[in-house]
Design a protein around this ligand. Structure first.
Ligand code: M6R
Length: 609
């Protein structure tokens, strides 16, 4: 989704801005632009449709010099992807970049047209530029002007404003979309994600909701939503950014699939003691909250929602804990009834997903017992605003299609299930089985990854297909959902997932030789039921790809291709069976020639509704 970078320095900053944008590319965008104030106080602006490289080429042709500037990658919400709609937007000497949505942009646009302003784009952002310009005419510093503009805007956004008549200052405002200030020596920076600034600093201040910051070369002043000066804690970032290096891999997604054994090992590290799960990082208040939990409400979007669906099976079967799961965008807009002693668990790779954050904020008004975030980004809004947090240690995930974030989320959730089970008096053997299965898992996945070539060969069968159906039962049903999501998002093949028992209630009508049916078949107590479902498909001439436990008793036959997988402990089978489905999607996308790491229309971090 949109990305922001800004700088106030003495040196030329165009290259710093550009590098920042490159580091935000993975989030998804359709155009990019930057504006820089030169030594004569003249603002130069460049914008290009397409990749950041197009902007870099333009900058080579038309270099921009100066120490103060702002830059942006845009993911269209209002107005098509085009150069005219790309940021920064200007109003005379004012320039603005903006993430998020200004919901009341239409009445503001009308008001500004009445005031004599002309609009050059279809964006909601341009109203900010003209509003700032209008308020500037009424007097005051840029900070005061922005503070007067903010109450006029409705919506969730992050914005940075620049005035070419005063290159000493940038003003940033956060209202629903994250912004971070990077502290340098004699220079300061602003970005929507710390990753953008890691080449220039590791010292960060995270703006909070409603904050407005005045950023100068030697000072950063932050004001809260009531206009009071506040101190925001400076942290030293430990984030590792290795996005520049795909190593031996062709795509980040492929690299991230292969990183899963290590990501899971890192996620497990330091979290066991004496054969039990140790989540002491939750702090002292955790036991008080967790021991009072009678119900769990999981909230998430996309892949994170699918991991919540798996967790529901685990919480209920392994910890005896009632659990519901809901998509955040549904939860936030319906009137829900809160169960007694209910704990909200939010799941998110980025910790900045707008719907998930909104659902968390809503839950605080509804009387939940507390909130726990499972997240991959330390310092993200979700982590900071939750009572408790457990971090996945997946490392930076660059591919838009989530892979290692999903499997490490499941890893953390299973540890939490063990912890909750102990608090609820579940037999210790259950926790021991969980610990044993988790410890064995990285090696099992390594073994599975050696089947890469077999799965690559299968992908050929999908090259001319337009639809696919994924089937699973029990805790593998959400893995079927995740398999279908991966296939559709990176190969653009329409894919659906069904609980296999639902086949005869409708989807069986779709079965013919053009509809590949992917089945997840671990060797568990549902295997015989699943075999009956497989027969239902075979009898109708369906084309089956069965990812099966090597001991499940399947053999290849007409219309049925068996992918024999090594045996894995049943508890962790959902995590394990995810990996071959990720590989299948990856290889199908390669054959289709789609943009694997940045699929069309998608963004890595969905910070708008
Ligand atoms: O950062 P989050 O986990 O909150 O993101 C939620 C979804 O946007 C995300 O999982 C999305 O579905 C992925 N592209 C799926 O691969």
């Amino acid at each position: 989704m949109c990305g922001i970078v800004g700088a106030v320095a003495q040196r030329d900053i165009a290259e710093i801005l550009l590098e920042g944008l490159r580091r935000l590319e993975y989030r998804g965008y359709d155009s990019a632009g930057l504006a820089v104030i030169d030594a004569q106080g003249k603002m130069g602006r460049l914008r290009r449709l397409g990749k950041v490289q197009m902007l870099a080429d333009a900058l080579d042709q038309h270099p921009l010099h100066g120490g103060t500037g702002i830059a942006h990658t845009r993911w269209a919400t209002h107005g098509e992807p085009s150069e005219a709609n790309a940021h920064p937007h200007v109003s005379d000497y004012i320039a603005v970049v903006h993430n998020g949505i200004i919901e009341n942009h239409e009445p503001l646009r009308e008001l500004l047209i009445e005031r004599g302003y002309r609009f050059d784009s279809e964006t909601d952002t341009e109203v900010i530029a003209h509003l700032v310009h209008w308020e500037q005419l009424q007097g005051g510093t840029l900070l005061e002007v922005v503070q007067r503009v903010i109450p006029q805007l409705r919506g969730a956004y992050g914005t940075v404003v620049m005035d070419s008549r005063d290159p000493s200052v940038l003003v940033a405002a956060r209202s629903g979309s994250p912004l971070v200030i990077g502290r340098g020596v004699g220079e300061n920076f602003i970005a929507s994600d710390q990753l953008a600034l890691l080449p220039v600093t590791r010292r960060f201040l995270f703006l909070e909701e409603g904050d407005v910051a005045e950023v100068k070369r030697r000072s950063v002043s932050v004001y809260d939503k009531n206009g009071h000066a506040v101190e925001r804690e400076e942290i030293e970032s430990k984030v590792q950014y290795d996005a520049g290096d795909k190593g031996v891999y062709r795509h980040y997604m492929q690299k991230e699939i292969y990183e899963q054994p290590l990501a899971i090992k890192n996620t497990l590290e330091g979290r066991f003691s004496h054969g039990e799960v140790n989540l002491s990082e939750l702090g002292e208040k955790a036991d008080d909250i967790l021991s009072r939990v009678q119900h769990i409400q999981i909230i998430a979007c996309g892949t994170s929602y699918n991991s919540g669906m798996v967790a529901r099976y685990w919480f209920e079967s392994l910890a005896g804990m009632p659990c519901d799961v809901e998509i955040a965008s549904e939860f936030r807009y319906r009137k829900s009834a809160v169960r007694p002693g209910s704990l909200i668990i939010t799941l998110s790779q980025s910790g900045e997903t707008a719907d998930t954050l909104a659902a968390l904020r809503l839950s605080k008004e509804l009387g939940y017992l507390g909130s726990l975030a499972v997240c991959n980004v330390a310092g993200s809004s979700l982590v900071r605003e939750s009572d408790l947090a457990l971090m996945t240690k997946a490392g930076t995930e660059i591919g838009v299609a989530s892979t290692k974030a999903f499997t490490t989320q499941l890893t953390v959730l299973l540890m939490l299930v063990a912890r909750m089970g102990r608090l609820k008096g579940v037999a210790p053997q259950v926790e021991h089985d969980i610990v044993h299965a988790l410890q064995a898992l990285p090696a099992r996945i390594e073994q599975m990854l050696s089947l890469d070539k077999t799965i690559e060969a299968l992908a050929e069968g999908f090259s001319d297909k337009h639809h696919a159906l994924f089937l699973g039962r029990g805790d593998q049903y959400p893995i079927a959902m995740e398999g279908a999501l991966k296939l559709k998002e990176i190969s653009y093949i329409h894919a659906e997932a069904y609980a296999a028992g639902e086949l005869k209630h409708g989807p069986l009508a779709l079965i013919d030789a053009d509809m590949p049916v992917i089945v997840i078949a671990p060797n568990n107590e549902l295997l015989e039921k699943l075999k009956s479902n497989i027969e239902e498909v075979r009898a109708r001439g369906g084309l089956l790809y069965v990812f099966a436990d090597q001991n499940a008793g399947f053999t290849d036959s007409d219309g049925m291709k068996i992918i024999q997988l090594p045996h894995v402990e049943e508890i962790v089978a959902p995590i394990f069976y995810t990996v071959p489905l990720q590989l299948l999607s990856y290889y199908v996308a390669l054959i289709k020639g789609t943009d694997v790491d940045q699929p069309r229309n998608l963004a890595k971090s969905v910070t708008v509704e």
